[in-house]
Design a protein. Sequence first.
Length: 283
Amino acid sequence: MKLNWKESHNNQKKIAVVNDFSGFGRCSIAVALPIISVMKIQCCPLPTAIFSDHTGFDSYFFDDYTSKMAPYMAEWKKLDLQFDGICTGFLGSVEQIELVEGFLREFTGEKTIVLIDPVMGDYGKPYETYTMEMCREMRHLVRYADILTPNLTEACILTDTPYKEKWRVAEITAMAEFLSAMGPEKIVITGIPQGGFVANLCFERGKEVRVRRTHRVGTSRSGTGDIFAAILAADAVNGVPFGDSVKRASAFIKRSIISSIERDIPLTDGVCFEEHLARLAPK
């Protein structure tokens, strides 16, 4: 008797990571891949661009992957890949944002957790490459998110709120509520300055808002937002409570920054998180 058997590629938890790939500098896919993997989830990268080293360096090789994204996704569709999570990061053009929107429509299942990191700017200003049209398209993309992780600048851009140096918790909460009305149930607004501390505001629809603070250590480094998003995405797929995940991600980044300072790692080289990876492995 001939068995009716079909091979499945969906017998393990998987997260698709839509972001650029930098060979050096510890950011984007290069940090998401080991972090998601050590958390016992298969990481499936969908590159938006290839860099030798990220744009914080004086020079770099760059290959735009926009024209290759659709056929890349088509091959995944042939394999009937189903994702437990989808995590998106920096997107370099309106066309890429539209492609990712199509990817989310195609690959988001009933149980897929979508985390969108709207990488748009910092220190009160959009990145030079980010146009007003891209900002509008990112607002459309946000509605697909279950979890949204903007920094303070990006929250301001998404809500048309003027940026300033000092904030009351109620003002940031109002931005989180506005963003949640677009679609995301869970939001963490990161990088809120509070004297010698840096704070994250955790918003979950229907629950009390929490502000989690850590002592400020060193100065800003590349890739910390990508590390934060990867941990949150993997924790969400593994069923870790949102507030606990934010706390754990913040502590992991702080440890990694301290190790980088101790080793005299240049700021452009990101954080040396590798020696702390075991801390993220599920017990």
